[in-house]
Design a binder for this molecule. Structure first.
Ligand SMILES: Nc1nc2c(ncn2[C@@H]2O[C@H](COP(=O)(O)OP(=O)(O)OP(=O)(O)O)[C@@H](O)[C@H]2O)c(=O)[nH]1
Length: 908
């Protein structure tokens, strides 16, 4: 349908243009001329109007169809493809609203609205009327009430406007609040239609009371429930916080009031902390694991925050510790790398790696010392706890000490020392004879290494193995069994070498000395001479203003023995010797032997507590139950207290003299300690190979482990001794002190070796040598004896070592020793000596020394060395030879020592 003019339209429908113009106007379209265009839309409107006006219903449904046509290629049954036209039709339907119906509906709605408004207005009017009526009634009632209540109302009116209440505020402070009295209540009361009767008032009051009570109960219940809920929340929060902190959960604001804000804050704080911990703790895990774990934790925290419970909350799961665990690592004096790693819960490889970084190459099985191990443990972030190797032993000792009680004065233990034949044994016998009652002894005295006597001033125990050898043997095992030393000096002989040695031994042990000047019955006795000589060793008699008690005695006649015992008792009192009487016994082994039929028989001296038959005894490396006990008189006894010597049966083997013993309750512990001591003894033996060597002493000094250098010095003459002593004394510094514990003139004796061994001293000989027994003793103890012939050589060695600079040095090594048997004189060679080689090899071309009574009298060279009539270069042990010393005439009895200077590299 295209746009057409009015005329064209009139022609088309067969009507006049004016009729069409009229129809257009009727259809509501603008009037126009014959030539005016009528648009398509207007034409449609016109058609619709005309149809309507001719009674034809307008189509209410309009369908707009749109179709599309396309071509598709399909394959037919014959296999040929052909084109097919495809037409797609789209159809949309909409319903046109009926204007009349719409108008009707609108009208109906308007009508309903007007009606409802009218109704509302009417109702409002009615309400207003009712209200007015009610107010009128109220006013009437009030007037009536006022009239009936009369004057009683007046007094109440004064307080009508205010009410007072006491409010207890948080923190317990009571304040008084003044507020206006509540008006509504008054109003409600005022609305009562009639005057309340007494019964009604009562009922009302009861009701109100009940209501108030119920309200109170409800409020209280609510408060309790709220508190419980808060508590639960707080508890949960504490647990959560406690899980990630070292602090005990109770520390989380336990005592503070349960306020909502506080709980919230605490929760927030704990969440924050948890978040931080998670962040820190997962740093060592893999990236993937870390992510997963983080998400999971965050989800959990989020849920907790929202008051939700994690689905996994009730599940048991392994939680990786979020904080590094710091161990207290116990480190003994030596520990293997593997052991140390295990104690820190790390791989041994990590420890070896760290050691390597620290400059130490060690395998897993290697031992490292305590200091290195401590450093390493610290480096790995743990706490090193150094423990002594003897911890098991110490623990056992502590347990024994704990059981001790009832401390009492104990008898002194005395050792008698002195020079050969000065009367030690005679004195011991005499004391025993005079002080031990014959009945008590039962006629048979037994030698158990000690005995005790009763004097007027108390009991005294004597160790009856006289001599410093036994004394030192005990001391070298660490047992300080003796309290007092009685030094026997024969009045007719005076101070002799062993007297001086005994003084040194006592001094080294810090034991007080009492001198017994013996053989006073002899006419040749000269006690003043003894006193005089003793002063050279700084032993000064009390008579002479010193501090050493001296008794003049005769072991033969018994004269002065009581005085001696008196001195001993006095000294003991001064020393205030005490020991616990009750509790497990401990003490020292004096002697032990294997007896046929009785097995190991062990003499012990109880030092603390009381030893009883049946006790489990740990002595040295052995332990066993005491089967039987006898005293020094051979009497069976059941118990022995402090300072009492007894003989016990029951140990499986013989412990060494000087070993300490103690009574234990735990057999397992006893076995443990016994095993430990066996191992230690083995190790000590190995260590001893080096221990007594000067080098190792100096090494230790260089490391600052030794602050005292103990020296036993022997020289050829007093002059060199004094020179050396003063030179050595000058060497002492604040850090290292030289301590000459024994010095003297003459060859190095067995006693010197014993003293040096027990005092961990070095033995230095200046122009003197050790005699054969001393050498044997030194060899068996793996001790080093150093010989010097130049004072500066000795001093330099000590000095260099003290400053830790013992550089490569030259030392003499004795290659061989020959005894001169006879001396022949020849006009050709002078004096020729017929010798026997007793040690090593005598070399023709090496330097020699001539020794007379173990003292160096000449240093030089051999002029000739012959075997039979032949000149030889060397002669070995056990062979005879003839030799001549250039420039010196030897004598029969001399020793020829061949030596060489060797260079020793120092290894520090
Ligand atoms: N006249 C007299 N002789 C005594 C006295 N004490 C001891 N003797 C004698 O001295 C000698 C040595 O005595 P011992 O008691 O054996 O001396 P010791 O010190 O024990 O000797 P050793 O065991 O060899 O070290 C013995 O012949 C005793 O008889 C005394 O007080 N007066």
């Amino acid at each position: 349908m295209a746009d057409k003019t009015v005329k064209e339209l009139a022609d088309m429908v067969g009507k006049t243009p004016s009729a069409v113009k009229q129809q257009l106007v009727d259809a509501g379209l603008p009037a126009r001329a014959e030539s005016d265009l009528v648009t398509e839309l207007e034409q449609e409107k016109l058609v619709t109007y005309l149809k309507q006006s001719h009674g034809q219903q307008e189509k209410r449904r309009i369908s707009l169809k749109s179709k599309t046509t396309s071509t598709a290629r399909v394959t037919g049954s014959s296999g040929k493809s052909k084109s097919v036209n495809v037409e797609v039709r789209k159809k949309k339907v909409f319903e046109k609203p009926d204007p009349e119906k719409m108008a009707e509906e609108l009208a109906a709605r308007e009508q309903a609205m007007i009606e409802s408004q009218e109704r509302a207005a009417k109702e409002a009017e009615e309400r207003a009327a009712t209200k007015k009526k009610a107010e009128e009634r109220q006013a009437a009632t009030l007037a009536a009430m006022r009239a009936s209540l009369g004057s009683s109302k007046k007094s109440d009116d004064k307080n009508d406007d205010i009410s007072t209440s006491v409010v207890v505020k948080k923190g317990g402070k009571a304040t008084v609040e003044v507020k206006p009295k509540e008006q509504p209540k008054k109003k409600v009361a005022a609305t009562k239609p009639k005057v309340e009767t007494a019964t009604e008032r009562k009922a009302r009051e009861a009701r109100e009371k009940e209501e108030a009570r119920l309200r109170e109960i409800e409020t209280e219940t609510r408060r309790v429930q709220a508190e419980e809920a808060q508590k639960r929340t707080l508890e949960q929060m504490r647990k959560m916080a406690g899980k990630y902190t070292d602090q005990p959960a109770s520390e989380v604001r336990k005592d503070e009031p349960l306020a909502e804000g506080l709980v919230g804050d605490a929760l927030e704080e704990s969440f924050e902390k948890e978040r931080r911990e998670i962040k820190r703790g997962t740093s060592s895990t893999s990236a993937r694991g870390r992510g997963r774990r983080k998400n999971q934790d965050e989800r959990e925290i989020k849920n907790r925050k929202n008051g939700l419970r994690s689905t996994q909350a009730s599940q048991h799961k392994f939680e990786k510790p979020v904080e590094k665990i710091v161990y207290d690592v116990e480190i003994s004096e030596h520990i293997t790398v593997a052991d140390l790693a295990q104690r820190m819960a790390v791989k041994a490889r990590e420890v070896t790696k760290l050691l390597m970084k620290m400059g130490e190459m060690a395998r897993e099985s290697d031992m490292i010392d305590q200091a290195t191990a401590s450093l390493l443990v610290e480096e790995m972030g743990h706490n090193p706890v150094p423990v002594s190797d003897t911890k098991v032993e110490d623990d056992l000792q502590d347990a024994v000490d704990e059981r001790s009680s009832n401390v009492q004065t104990r008898p002194p233990v005395v050792t008698i020392m002195g020079h050969v034949d000065h009367g030690k044994t005679s004195l011991l016998d005499k004391i025993r004879e005079t002080k031990v009652a014959t009945g008590e002894a039962g006629g048979i005295t037994q030698h158990i290494g000690a005995y005790h006597v009763k004097t007027d001033r108390g009991v005294i125990t004597f160790l009856d193995t006289p001599g410093h050898a036994a004394f030192s043997a005990m001391r070298s095992r660490g047992a300080q069994a003796t309290d007092i030393v009685v030094l026997v000096v024969a009045a007719d002989d005076g101070m002799m070498p062993q007297t001086a040695e005994a003084i040194d031994h006592a001094r080294a042990a810090g034991t007080p000395i009492i001198v017994a000047i013996n053989k006073m019955d002899k006419p040749s006795a000269d006690p003043d001479r003894v006193l005089n000589e003793l002063t050279t060793k700084e032993v000064v008699s009390e008579e002479w203003g010193g501090d050493t008690p001296m008794a003049r005695i005769s072991a033969k006649t018994g004269e002065g023995i009581d005085e001696l015992l008196e001195f001993i008792s006095l000294q003991a009192e001064l020393m205030e010797l005490e020991a616990p009487l009750d509790g497990a016994a401990q003490g020292v082994v004096i002697e032990s032997r294997l007896e046929k039929g009785r097995g190991p028989v062990v003499s012990v001296l109880v030092k603390k507590g009381t030893l009883k038959q049946g006790d489990l005894v740990l002595a040295g490396e052995h332990y066993g139950k005491v089967r039987a006990m006898t005293d020094e008189n051979g009497q069976r006894i059941k118990s022995a207290g402090p300072s009492i010597p007894v003989e016990i049966l029951g140990l499986p083997e013989t412990p060494a003299a000087g070993s300490e013993f103690l009574v234990v309750t735990d057999e397992k512990k006893a076995r443990e300690v016994a095993d430990f001591r066996t191992n230690r003894e083995r190790e000590r033996q190995l260590e001893r190979q080096n221990a007594m060597r000067l080098e190792s002493m100096f090494d230790q000094m260089g490391q600052g482990d030794v602050s005292f250098l103990n020296i036993v010095l022997k020289t050829d003459v007093r002059g060199s001794l004094e020179a050396l002593l003063s030179a050595l004394n000058e060497l002492s510094t604040d850090e290292v002190k030289v301590r000459v514990i024994s010095s003297g003139v003459g060859p190095i004796s067995e006693s010197d070796v014993t003293l040096a061994e027990s005092s961990e001293a070095v033995l230095l000989g200046f122009n003197v040598r050790a005699d054969a027994t001393a050498r044997r003793k030194a060899d068996s103890a793996n001790m080093d004896i150093r010989y010097y012939s130049v004072i500066y050589g000795l001093i330099d060695d000590v000095k260099a070592a003290m400053s830790g600079m013992l550089a490569p040095e030259h030392r003499e090594k004795i290659l061989g020793v020959a005894d001169v048997r006879e001396v022949f004189r020849s006009s050709k060679f002078g004096a020729a000596a017929g010798c026997m080689v007793v040690e090593g090899t005598i070399y023709r071309n090496k330097p020699i020394r001539v020794l007379r009574d173990d003292q160096v009298i000449f240093t030089g060279q051999l002029q000739s060395l012959r075997r039979y009539k032949e000149d030889v270069n060397e002669v070995r042990t056990g062979m005879e030879c003839g030799l001549a010393v250039r420039g010196y005439d030897v004598e029969a009895g001399d020793k020829i020592e061949v030596f060489e200077i060797q260079e020793f590299a120092r290894t520090i």
